[in-house]
Ligand binder design. Structure first.
Ligand SMILES: [Zn+2]
Length: 456
């Protein structure tokens, strides 16, 4: 079980299921897996199911036709669905990347040529964040949502969440689809979810923290915004225990990776809850009955050896609106050794987005690696880590790191700066110049903060 207040929670089974009830069938709170029939399925049988679902997808692409993917099949010389017998033949089909979706929408606005159903058969729409160009549009039918809800529920159940718990989150809403997806999944699973606004301002953060002193969540997990809430609670002198903010840490299983995080999402536009960690082995168990997840060498289209980094490539299965050979342009590694938890799926590690890789002084690293080093320094971590890095040009110049320090004691500030230089040299082998800033200098964000900035 993850951090949760010892107090009020007694596990309950899922609420009764039947006519007039919105939610899944009842199951016992004591069972280890949410859906053992699928999660502990015989791997040979699961591969047959995948092959069958791949064939269904290819048939739909060609018969519909779904133009973007039909063109990819044509490029591979595939005219008859029977030419793709299953997972083993997928490598023949060219990859599709985000820019393909963007181009498709631009040439045939607004939906583009990659929908499997008329958009009006869907019930929900979301857009991507648009950090790298015009946001693309995703639509979900009720079946597509059900697959995500079931998948998300497998993840939270594995991590010890149970119906009857009070959870909270601060995901963005409206056109961004991630917040309503998480809220919907929590409700579907039978938990009481307190959805507070993203803490874009101190006032919004305060509203949430004060509410949690009235109704205190059992699981105080706010994702990217956690540091903001801790900071504002500190400013207001609200004891962290009163708001249920004690014992906050990353969910179970994080940090077990071989240099990577568990692969938990393939993005809202592809597969929001593609897998989750069990805490017993590195990586995240992948929901293979609903996706073929591959670590691909984009030059050959074939999978890299197990345990090595390749392009995270997902083919969704059994959905109304799917994606075929979607390359997220992120690093992924797959592990296939059996896991003792009883789940029989492959496990995935996530190594970050390729476009977020920083290169300087002959080294390439993820921002998260640098952040982990900064987080190891107490003076920088408390009350919350606030930093920015000037985007390096790949040359030999020192990397410029700006970081806030709470103390005003000049000796302690210098010491924190020196430690930062030494620790980054040791961990990443790079030379940095550290600028120590007073608190509240770097702009705060309610969701994902801007950490890499252009040089001044
Ligand atoms: Zn496991």
């Amino acid at each position: 079980m993850t951090a949760m207040s010892a107090s009020k929670f007694t596990p309950v089974s899922t609420p009764p299921f039947g006519p007039g009830v919105l939610g899944p069938i009842t199951r016992d709170a004591g069972q280890a897996l949410w859906d053992p029939d699928k999660q502990a399925m015989d791997p040979t049988r699961r591969r047959e199911l995948q092959d069958e679902r791949v064939r269904d997808l290819i048939t739909k692409v060609l018969e519909h036709p779904v133009r973007l993917f039909a063109d990819k099949l044509a490029a591979a010389g595939v005219k008859d669905p029977r030419e793709i017998k299953g997972v083993d033949d997928l490598w023949r089909i060219p990859l599709t990347v985000k820019q393909d979706l963007r181009d498709s929408e631009a040439s045939d606005p607004p939906w583009g040529g990659y929908r499997f159903t008329p958009p009006r058969e869907a019930v929900r729409l979301g857009t991507s964040t648009g950090t790298t160009g015009q946001p693309t549009i995703t639509v979900w039918t009720r079946k597509d949502l059900w697959i995500e809800y079931e998948s998300g529920t497998r993840n939270w159940w594995r991590m010890g969440y149970r119906p009857g718990m009070i959870v909270t989150h601060a995901h963005p809403a409206y056109l961004y689809g991630g917040g309503v997806m998480l809220q919907g999944t929590y409700e579907y699973m039978g938990m009481l979810s307190l959805w507070v606004p993203p803490p874009d301002t101190d006032e919004l953060a305060e509203q949430a923290v004060r509410f949690w002193t009235r109704v205190t969540p059992d699981i105080p997990f706010m994702g990217f915004a956690t540091g903001r809430f801790l900071e504002v609670a500190g400013k207001l002198d609200i004891p962290l225990e009163d708001a249920g903010l004690v014992g906050l840490k990353a969910p179970l299983g994080f940090g077990l990776g071989r240099g990577g995080m568990p692969l938990m999402t393939a993005g809202a536009e592809c597969y929001a809850y593609v897998g989750g960690p069990c805490g017993q082995s590195p990586g995240a168990h992948i929901h293979e009955d609903w996706a073929v997840v591959q670590a691909v060498d984009p030059t050959t289209g074939k999978e890299v050896p197990d345990g090595e980094w390749g392009n995270l490539t997902v083919t969704t299965l059994d959905r109304d609106n799917g994606l075929l050979r979607y390359d997220l342009e992120e690093a992924c590694a797959l592990l296939r050794e059996p896991c003792e938890c009883g789940e029989t799926s492959i496990r995935g590690l996530w190594g970050g987005r390729f476009k977020d890789l920083l290169a300087c002084q002959g080294t390439r690293f993820q921002l998260s690696e640098l952040e982990a080093v900064l987080r190891g320094i107490t003076e920088l971590r408390e009350p919350s880590l606030e930093y920015q890095v000037e985007r390096p040009d790949g040359g030999d110049a020192p990397l410029v790191v700006k970081v806030e320090v709470a103390t005003e004691d000049p000796v302690a500030r210098d010491a924190a700066g020196s430690r930062c230089v030494a620790d980054l040299r040791e961990a990443l082998g790079i030379t940095v110049v550290v600028e120590i800033l007073p608190r509240d200098t770097i702009p705060r964000a309610g969701y994902k903060a801007t950490r890499v900035i252009d040089p001044e």
